[in-house]
Design a protein around this ligand. Structure first.
Ligand code: SF4
Length: 461
């Protein structure tokens, strides 16, 4: 009997890549591939790459170098390891990967993962393959559904990709080039996937997409469905008690989505809404197609619909042409909104994007000085946000055992990690917790009523 084959998938970058990695493993499972955490044990190593970070391609080549050493060692022992490169770097570099890294057997673009079983079989027989075309067929329709045991192993909180690609063309961003035009999955397909996840014990779903609130998938009535409609439908799936979505563009935050925040209990009051800059001049140079005022208006309307909403955002400092005055506009926007958290970046050019060609690039020292001031402002707000929970009661979705005996770890509605002493049987339920202490990375609490039965929350409005 031949030994079971093993696949190791290493994910770089965002949650969309983590989701894709799971779906690749699911798609290879019917062909006899089991997942392994050890690349040296694998018959197939897939590097699921990300193009967002600086020098992304160079980092992938150095990772390939490390796997090549394992491949050569395996060959000395009479065993073969196939190396596949997937994700955005695969999409962007294509044939160049084969030219520079002879040890790679397969390069597969982000729209072609459903073809993996066939591509891997061909690569195993010695063919070198680059498959980065954008196909006509629906990748999601053809990707294998995750098995129940795989879903359970991945926890009670799951990500579901509902939309891919982007039509917005911000001048700093590679996504429109690596992931292509916006494509949304049909609503029915997403509902079926969420129902399967819920039946296997998943309680929280985060809908993901590069521009998720531009979602416009085919609805059950044959018309295009908005993200708000999709959320309303998913809030009715039995067992799902929490819904989130990320990442959004302020221009796509429509009236119906804002209203959904006021209606749906299952929709968590925590919104990631990137603004990038507080300066209208910079927003125009970034081709964001909204002003500072537009952004502040969206925030105000969301707060009106749901007063307990908290926001996180993305900021880029040192974009080409940014002056001290532009930067101060960003700081003042932060003060005005009051964010619970934020991702902060010093601008770095991505090859092939318009901003990379702009002449008025900012010196590194200036960028890092602004980044420090930005991070200080954001950290102050993050600390104040967490401190405001001292002594308050929170809903906590209990996810897993903690480090101490009898301790469980869960997440608040605002994604804060909360540690609480509670019976193991409470995992998967939402508990009322009183916050007793604020740590640097976690909140600590006690069950509001120790005798209370776990509350398997009703989903929906
Ligand atoms: S909206 Fe987001 S994904 Fe689309 S181009 Fe802009 S930054 Fe990139």
């Amino acid at each position: 009997m031949s030994r079971p084959r093993k696949v190791h998938v290493k994910s770089f970058g965002c949650q969309m890549n983590v989701y894709d990695s799971h779906r690749m493993a699911d798609t290879l499972a019917p062909g006899g591939f089991h997942e392994t955490a050890a690349p040296e044990d694998a018959d197939l190593v897939i590097l699921n790459t990300c193009h967002i970070r600086e020098k992304a391609a160079e980092k992938v080549y150095s990772e390939i170098g490390r796997i090549r050493v394992m491949k050569e060692e395996a060959e000395r022992q009479g065993r073969k390891i196939l190396i596949a490169v997937a994700g955005c770097v695969a999409q962007a570099e294509g044939q160049e990967i084969m030219r520079r890294a002879g040890s790679v057997d397969l390069v597969v673009g982000s729209q072609n993962y459903h073809r993996l079983p066939e591509l891997v079989a061909r690569a195993a027989s010695g063919e070198k393959i680059v498959d980065t075309e954008f196909p006509i067929e629906d990748k999601f329709e053809k990707l294998a559904a995750p098995r129940r045991d795989a879903i359970r192993a991945r926890g009670i909180s799951a990500f579901v990709t509902v939309q891919e690609g982007c039509d917005r063309f911000c001048t700093f961003c590679v996504v429109p080039y690596t992931r292509g035009a916006e494509v949304s999955r049909p609503l029915k397909q997403i509902v079926a996937e969420v129902e399967r996840l819920a039946a296997a014990g998943v309680r929280e779903i985060t809908l993901i997409g590069q521009n998720v609130n531009a979602y416009h998938g085919l609805g059950e009535d044959g018309a295009s469905s908005s993200l708000a409609k999709l959320l309303r439908r998913l809030a009715r799936v039995s067992g799902i008690c929490r819904l989130r979505y990320t990442t959004s563009h302020p221009r796509d935050m429509d009236d119906d989505l804002i209203a959904a925040h006021g209606e749906l209990n299952a929709l968590m009051p925590y919104v990631h809404l990137p603004v990038q800059s507080g300066s209208d001049r910079m927003l125009a140079a970034m081709n964001r197609r909204h002003t500072r005022e537009d952004y502040l208006e969206v925030i105000a309307r969301l707060r009106q619909a749901r007063p307990d909403l908290a926001f996180t955002s993305d900021f880029i400092v040192g974009f080409p042409g940014e002056t001290e005055s532009d930067f101060r506009d960003t700081l003042s926007l932060i003060e005005h909104v009051g964010f619970a958290s934020a991702y902060t970046f010093a601008y770095s050019p991505r090859p092939g994007t318009p901003a990379a060609e702009m002449e008025n690039q900012i010196q590194d020292e200036e960028k890092s000085e602004r980044l420090q001031r930005l991070q200080a402002a954001v950290t102050r707000q993050w600390r104040a946000f967490n401190a405001s929970f001292a002594g308050r009661e929170l809903d906590v979705l209990l996810e897993k055992s903690g480090k101490l005996p009898g301790q469980l770890v869960g997440r608040s509605s605002y994604l804060q990690s909360v540690q609480v002493m509670a019976p193991h049987s409470h995992i998967g339920s939402v508990a009322r917790v009183i916050v007793t202490d604020i740590g640097s990375n976690s909140l600590f609490g006690a069950l509001a009523d120790n005798e209370a039965a776990p509350q398997l929350t009703a989903a929906g409005a």
